[in-house]
Each structure stands twice: as structure tokens, then as C-alpha cells.
Design a protein around this ligand. Structure first.
Ligand SMILES: Cc1cc2nc3c(=O)[nH]c(=O)nc-3n(C[C@H](O)[C@H](O)[C@H](O)COP(=O)(O)OP(=O)(O)OC[C@H]3O[C@@H](n4cnc5c(N)ncnc54)[C@H](O)[C@@H]3O)c2cc1C
Ligand SMILES: Cc1cc2nc3c(=O)[nH]c(=O)nc-3n(C[C@H](O)[C@H](O)[C@H](O)COP(=O)(O)O)c2cc1C
Length: 783
């Protein structure tokens, strides 16, 4: 077998090593345009888990790599004169040059041919090769040559960064957030060998310009950075090596394989440096390729297997990197946070690290986070314990004169079980049991303002006396038997109306008994959905009157709060999104116009809803579709509602158009709540695939939302909050007297369960290499 590898970076060299080990008879050549020791950059970083992989696949190179490594355990966050350190992270740093020399040496030993100073510009010279590995890095010539096939997408990010070095020793992965007269600068720094550390500096383009960095050469810009970070460098110089400022390209390719050619490493996909995974991904690609080559009967089959098996893992890492880079791009959002909350945000930005996980590793740090959170709550006038505070989920919250005993919310969820819009016994039990389960706030399902405003024939409504009295019975039950508040969500289905019950085909048009549907513009939801009638002024007035009447009935029922549903493609959402609003009157066109009708309704409701009671609006903060609403638009939407008196923005996403492409994942909508809250400066509630109290606490403690709603988790577990209260020791959490023996038991058992769980977690966690090294070098205690 003949293998040609283009590019002698980590991906090219490691794939050469693994393939040669697997097939000693193969003729494998790496072609690299640079000289053997001619490499850019300073250090690279690997996690302990990545090193475990290297140990398994090639122990000799692993041993040499780990002999050269610097280990550390802590992450240190410097911000506004404070430093917060968190241990247990298990990272290793190594010089990139050294890593490549080790891999070259190992490849040579195995009989791989290394062809340096050879720039490949045409793969035709490898016509006789069985396999051609394209490991030619971030600017891959071959990915571009076959762009029509690989379909790469390059997203050039906004921030600029440069990679420098220093002799400053560091004992932790160090983030420095530096305020300057020009704006914020960030340093990501770590030691990779004795007396050498990597320094990646990052800033936004405006700060870059204001700081006079434009047009400076390497030495001059190093001097400027040394001035800014001089207080930390303690006289150590900054070193340069092709340290140009540039923007990070986030690269994704639709295909990785063409005939017998395969893209590996940065050539196929990149991951932002803030999660330090570029070299890891490159080398793990090599591992995946060698696994596929050993499992499949032919090269083509192996390449298909590689792409199929590897893509999910790469995309997951890229998603984490995306979330992380967005955090760094928007660091100014958090600049006025309490430093400990800011540090918590840094630690938890990419979702892998959470409140509970940090509690295990750094209980003092989390203790400080809790105290800062509690101090903030106390400033809002709550008489709470700030010395031994409860977890953020169990801190109270106030909107106008409505006080919530905790921050867990039952998200609005249609039950499709009403009879002619009248809530039935099912609803009483459903809402009642969730209120008994301890959530601070319960939302009703979307309650429709008229018969023709319904989504399905099973939707609840509030347009007649019978419905009003059924809702009053539910509200009275909640108030009489729980500490929960209850919010009425009012909506109109618009073009998604006259559809079937969820279990008969969500959003599919009714086959019989349909009513006429209306929308901002005459665009059907599915091609075979009913064509909606474009609303004229008379229809707008009629619907507004229906909303006002329903709100008045809501007040008569005793609801504590009112939410206007402007999300998920229903009537008011159809005005906001440019994909569903193509009107040429003053309600169409720019966002300001598209918001006009939803705001008219909101203001009309605000004027009849009692001023001491709060109002919220649910929005779809993105359409997840080309040309649709984006997070930036959502900030404008939130600002407009805030000016009209909204107290809370309930941030959901999507469900507005059929061809949306949402990026699902844990807490996937929370970044939008974060953006709205910290840019528009309004209180937010987030929702969407939040499944644990740990996640709730992580979101709240990092300041990404003020309230957290859970939908599906509450469907299967009405007592979600009470159980979480037992876990976190929030003893005062309400429980109906009838259930107190159950509360006593779960609170008692939880203490032991939690200790057992933590012990198991600690036992199950292998020691980090830094811990092992520290143990090995510890002087023996005197007998
Ligand atoms: C600022 C910065 C910081 C980073 N920090 C880290 C970190 O801390 N940890 C980490 O793991 N990763 C880090 N990375 C990422 C890491 O450097 C890359 O992700 C990794 O090197 C990718 O390996 P690769 O083999 O795919 O590509 P490369 O290392 O770029 O190797 C590609 C090779 O191909 C050669 N080549 C290109 N075209 C040709 C051609 N036509 N003919 C012959 N040879 C060719 C190039 O000379 C190069 O040697 C960082 C990257 C940047 C930019
Ligand atoms: C069965 C069901 C019905 C829903 N009905 C509504 C609704 O009436 N109003 C609304 O705003 N959202 C509705 N949603 C969306 C939820 O409120 C929530 O935003 C979504 O389920 C994501 O949260 P989760 O991952 O916690 O379930 C519904 C969701 C489900 C699963």
C-alpha cells in the first residue's frame, strides 16, 4: 500500500505513525513544505483525556511527549484586581516545535519517509497512491481546490488575536481580562516547558484600532502588549514568532472525503483556541482514520467509515468551541459583573463545567459565587442569609409586586385537552400538582383569546364565562395550596391555527372542522397548510379587543402575571419575523415596523392589566433560518418591549418557519437569554433542554438568566423543584402539609445520597497527571 500525506503538522505526522504501525509494509511519505524544525508558534495544550488516548495508540511517542510536558491543574482568572483559582482541570502543555520533533523522530523510526521543503501544489503526482491524506492545515490548498466537492464554510470571527511567547513562568492556565483606556484585552496564557509560556492575546477590532495596533510590526505590537500586561509579566519579555494579528476562521466542511483523498486536522475543521483543542482534534482525527483503516476492507470503505464515525465528535467539539469563542467576543457584556460571578462565567462558558462539578472541585469558589449572588438578591430588598446562602435556584425574585420564592418555573405547555377551550379536571390536576411540587412560578399553556385563535381543537381559551370560571378554580387551587405564583400566557395561533392535536400530527392541518386562519402575510406554514388571510386593520382591531377581553378575564381569575406569546410562529411572531411578514404597509418592512402590532397589543394589555402585576413577553430570539431573526434582532425586540413596560423577556427560539435549522444541545437557547439579558439589560427567563437543577444553578450563577423554565422535565416530574431543594438543602422550600412526611424523608436521605454521590464521583475521577506528579515529587514524611 502506498500512502501520500500532504502536511507535516500534528495530523499528518500522527496519521503517518499510526498507519505505519498498522501496516509496516506500506510505503508512507509525509510531504512538508517547511524545514524539519521550522515551526510557527509556541506551545500546545492537551487535556489528560487526550493524553490517555495517545498512551493507548502509541506508547513510545506518548512517553516522549509526556517527558517534555509541563502539567498544571488550576485555571486562574484575573479580573479587576482579583484572581480566582479553580483546581482539578488536568491540562498539559508542550512546545509545538518539540511535539513535532518527537513525532518526526517516531515516524522515522517506524520507516515513514519524511520529505521536507517540498511544497505540493498538485496531487496528480500521487496518482499511484492508494490513499492521499490532506493534512495541509487551516489554509488547506486542496480543500479550496476541491471546494465545490468538500463545500467548506469559513466563518471569519470578529475578534483579532495573536500568538506570542514569554519566559514568564506560570503555574496555572491563566486568563487575564485587562481593562485599558482603549477597551478590553484578554490574555490566554500557559506554561509549556520550563521558562517558556504561550500567550495568546485577543481583543475586538475597535479596541485594536484605538490602541494604535494597526500597522505595527511584530516587535512593536509585542512592546505594546508588554506595556498593557507589564504588571503581570514582571519584567519577562514577550517573544514573537510570526506573531501577526489575525481573525480566527471557524471552518466546517460538508464533506471530508473525495475518492481516495481525505481531509484531516485543521484542513477539514477548526476549533477556537480558547478551548485548546486544535492539536487534539488533529491527532484524534489521525486515530479515527487509523481505526477505520483497520476495520474496513478497502480504502474507500475506510474513508467512509472515518467520516461517518468521526463527524459527531468533531461537531460537538466545534460547538463547544463556538460557544466559548462567542463568550470571549462578548466579554464586555459581563464587565460590570461581580468578579467572582465573572470568573464563574469564564469557567462555565462552554457548558462542560457546571455548578455541581465546580462544587466538588472548588467548594470555596462556589461558596463565594453563592455569596455574591445572595448579596445581589439582598440589595433588591430581600432579607436573606448572605453568610450561608442557598443555591441561586432557591433565591427569591421579584417582578413589580409579585415575589417568587425560587427561580424554577414550569414552562407554558399546551395540554391539548380542553373542551371547546374550557380547561377540565385534567388541567386542575396538572397545574395543581406542579404547584404542589415546589416551582416558584407556573405558566399556563398558551391560552387562546378566541375560538379562531386556537392552535388545535384541544387548546384552552379565555373568551367566555365558562372558561373563566374553570381557570379561576385552577388559580384558586394554586393560591390556596402552594407557594407558587401563576402566570397566564395569552396567544393567538395565527397561521399555525386549525391544526391537529400534538399526538395526531403537530402543526398538520385539520382534515375536518378547520376554521379560517389569519397571519401577517398570506404564507402557509406547510405547503399543504391552509393559506392564511392577511390581517387588515379591522381584523387587527378585532384581535386586539379579544386580547384585552381575555386579559380582563385573567385578572378576574386572579392570575398573578400575564405573558404575551410572541414566539414560535404564532400570530404575533408572524409579524416580527421577516420570513413571515412581507407586508408593504406600516406593519411590514424594517423590524421597527414589524414590531408595531405586537407592541400595540402589549401596550393595550399593559393598560388594562393592574399596574402592580408584572407582564412578560415570550419571543423566538432566532428563526434559525437564513434571512430570519437573529440574536442581535432579539436584543432590539427586547428593548422595544422593555420601553413599553415589559418586566421579563421569556427567551425561546425558532418554530417560526418550517425549514429552520436549529442547533440543539443542552441548554441550547440559553446563549440568547444571555445576550438579551446582558445587552438589552432586561430580566430574562431562559428555557430549552435544561434538565437538571445543576444546569439551573449554573445558568443563574453565571448571570445568563433571572428565571429558568423547564418544560418537558416537569411533564414527568411535578416535584422537580422539591427534589432539587432536598439535594441543595433548601429546607424552607414549600411543601403542602399533607406531604410533609415525604419531605422529611427526602431531605434526610438527600444528605446521605449527596455525600455518597460526591464520594463516588471523586473516587471515579482518575488523578490528573499534575496530581500524580505532585505526589511523586512530594518529600516522604519523616517516620
Ligand atoms: C493562536 C493559536 C493557538 C493555538 N493554540 C493551541 C493549543 O493551545 N492547543 C492546541 O491543541 N492547538 C492549538 N492551536 C491549533 C493548532 O495549532 C492546530 O489546530 C494544529 O496544529 C492543527 O494541526 P494540523 O496538522 O491539522 O495543521 P498544521 O499544524 O497547520 O499543519 C499543517 C502543515 O501542512 C504544511 N503544508 C501546508 N500546505 C502544504 C503544501 N501544499 N505542501 C506541503 N506542506 C504543506 C504546513 O507547513 C504545516 O506544517 C492553536 C492555533 C492557533 C492559531
Ligand atoms: C407538549 C408541549 C407543549 C408546549 N406548549 C407551549 C405553549 O403553549 N406555549 C409556549 O410558549 N410554549 C410551549 N411549549 C414549549 C415549552 O414551553 C418549552 O419552551 C419547550 O418545551 C422547551 O423546553 P424544555 O426543553 O424544557 O421542554 C410546549 C412544549 C411542549 C413539550
Amino acid at each position: 500500500m502506498k500512502v501520500a500525506i500532504i502536511g507535516g503538522g500534528p495530523a499528518g505526522l500522527y496519521s503517518a505513525i499510526l498507519l505505519k504501525k498498522q501496516r509496516p509494509e506500506a510505503d508512507i511519505t509525509v510531504h512538508e513544505r517547511n524545514r524539519a524544525d521550522d515551526t510557527f508558534g509556541f506551545g500546545v495544550v492537551f487535556s489528560d483525556a487526550t493524553l490517555d488516548n495517545f498512551e493507548k495508540y502509541d506508547p513510545p511517542s506518548y512517553r516522549r511527549i509526556t517527558q517534555e510536558f509541563a502539567y498544571w491543574d488550576d485555571i486562574a482568572v484575573h479580573f479587576r484586581g482579583t484572581v480566582h483559582r479553580v483546581g482539578g482541570n488536568g491540562f498539559c502543555g508542550c512546545s509545538r516545535r518539540q511535539l513535532l520533533l518527537i513525532l518526526q523522530e517516531r515516524a522515522r523510526e517506524l520507516g515513514v519517509k519524511l520529505n521536507f521543503e517540498t511544497e505540493i501544489d498538485d496531487e496528480a503526482r500521487f496518482a499511484d497512491a492508494d490513499l492521499v491524506v490532506l493534512a495541509d492545515g487551516i489554509n488547506s490548498r486542496f480543500r479550496e481546490k476541491y471546494a465545490a466537492h468538500f463545500e467548506p464554510k469559513v466563518d471569519l470571527r470578529s475578534n483579532v488575536f495573536t500568538w506570542m511567547g514569554s519566559t514568564r513562568p506560570l503555574d496555572a492556565f491563566t486568563f487575564i481580562f485587562q481593562e485599558t483606556e482603549w477597551g478590553p484585552f484578554i490574555a490566554h496564557a500557559y506554561q509549556y516547558e520550563v521558562g517558556r509560556s504561550t500567550w495568546i492575546f485577543e481583543t475586538d477590532p475597535e479596541t485594536f484600532k484605538r490602541a494604535g495596533l494597526t500597522g505595527l510590526d511584530e516587535q512593536q505590537s509585542a512592546a505594546r502588549m508588554a506595556e498593557i500586561f507589564g504588571w503581570f509579566l514582571e519584567g519577562h519579555p514577550l517573544l514573537t514568532n510570526r506573531s501577526m494579528w489575525r481573525k480566527f476562521p471557524m471552518i466546517r466542511s460538508q464533506r471530508w472525503v473525495k475518492d481516495n483523498m481525505v481531509l484531516l486536522g485543521d484542513a477539514k475543521a477548526t476549533a477556537h483556541f480558547s478551548i485548546g483543542s486544535g492539536t487534539k482534534l488533529a491527532m484524534e482525527d489521525a486515530i479515527a482514520l487509523s481505526d477505520a483503516m483497520s476495520d474496513a476492507p478497502t480504502v474507500r470503505a475506510a474513508l467512509a467509515l472515518y467520516e461517518q464515525g468521526r463527524r459527531e465528535e468533531v461537531e460537538k467539539t466545534q460547538h463547544a468551541a463556538d460557544v466559548s469563542l462567542v463568550w470571549f467576543e462578548h466579554v464586555d457584556r459581563f464587565w460590570d459583573f461581580d468578579p467572582v460571578q465573572f470568573a464563574f462565567g469564564v469557567m462555565t462558558r462552554a457548558k462542560a463545567i457546571t455548578y455541581d462539578n465546580l462544587t466538588l472541585r472548588a467548594p470555596d469558589f462556589v461558596g463565594q459565587v453563592d455569596k455574591a449572588f445572595a448579596r445581589h438578591v439582598r440589595k433588591q430588598g430581600f432579607d436573606i442569609d448572605v453568610e450561608t446562602p442557598l443555591a441561586p435556584m432557591f433565591q427569591p425574585f421579584r417582578l413589580r409586586e409579585m415575589t417568587l420564592v425560587n427561580r424554577a418555573v414550569v414552562s407554558p405547555m399546551c395540554m391539548y385537552s380542553a373542551k371547546e377551550g374550557v380547561p377540565v379536571d385534567f388541567h386542575l390536576v396538572h397545574y395543581g400538582s406542579r404547584a404542589l411540587g415546589g416551582a416558584g412560578l407556573i405558566f399556563t399553556e398558551m391560552t387562546c383569546v378566541g375560538r379562531d385563535a386556537r392552535i388545535t381543537p384541544g387548546c384552552a381559551g379565555l373568551w367566555n364565562d365558562e372558561q373563566e370560571s374553570a381557570w379561576r378554580r385552577i388559580v384558586d387551587f394554586v393560591h390556596a395550596n402552594s407557594a407558587a405564583k401563576i402566570c397566564l400566557q395569552l396567544g393567538h395561533a395565527g397561521r399555525k391555527g386549525a391544526t391537529r392535536l400534538m399526538w395526531d400530527g403537530m402543526d398538520r392541518p385539520l382534515e375536518q372542522g378547520a376554521w379560517e386562519v389569519i397571519s401577517a402575510s398570506p404564507i402557509p406554514y406547510f405547503p399543504d397548510s391552509q393559506m392564511p388571510r392577511e390581517m387588515d386593520r379591522a381584523a387587527m382591531e378585532r384581535v386586539k379587543a379579544e386580547f384585552i377581553s381575555a386579559a380582563k378575564r385573567g385578572e378576574a381569575c386572579g392570575f398573578d402575571m400575564l405573558e404575551l406569546h410572541c414566539a414560535h410562529g404564532y400570530l404575533l411572531a408572524s409579524f416580527i419575523s421577516p420570513l413571515t411578514n412581507q407586508r408593504s404597509d406600516e406593519y411590514g418592512g424594517p423590524l421597527e415596523n414589524r414590531l408595531r402590532y405586537p407592541l400595540e397589543i402589549f401596550e393595550a394589555l399593559r393598560s388594562v392589566w393592574p399596574s402592580h402585576k408584572p407582564m412578560s413577553v415570550r419571543i423566538s430570539a432566532t428563526d434559525w433560518a437564513e434571512g430570519g431573526i437573529t440574536g442581535d434582532d432579539a436584543v432590539q425586540v427586547a428593548r422595544a418591549f422593555a420601553e413599553s413596560g415589559v418586566d421579563l423577556v421569556d427567551v425561546s427560539t425558532g418554530q417560526t418557519v418550517r425549514d429552520a435549522q436549529p442547533v440543539y444541545g443542552r441548554m441550547f437557547q440559553t446563549p440568547f437569554s444571555d445576550q438579551v439579558r446582558n445587552e438589552a439589560r432586561v430580566a430574562t427567563m431562559c428555557v430549552g433542554n435544561i434538565t437538571s437543577a445543576d444546569q439551573v444553578n449554573t445558568i443563574l450563577a453565571a448571570g445568563r438568566a433571572d428565571l429558568v423554565a423547564l418544560g418537558r422535565p416537569h411533564l414527568v416530574d411535578p416535584a422537580f423543584t422539591l427534589k432539587a431543594a432536598a439535594w441543595y438543602g433548601a429546607k424552607e422550600t414549600f411543601c403542602p402539609p399533607q406531604y410533609l412526611p415525604g419531605k422529611d424523608q427526602i431531605f434526610r436521605n438527600s444528605v446521605r445520597d449527596r455525600l455518597d454521590f460526591e464520594e463516588l464521583k471523586i473516587k471515579a475521577k482518575p488523578k490528573t497527571r499534575a496530581e500524580l506528579k505532585a505526589e511523586a515529587t512530594k518529600p516522604l514524611a519523616a517516620e
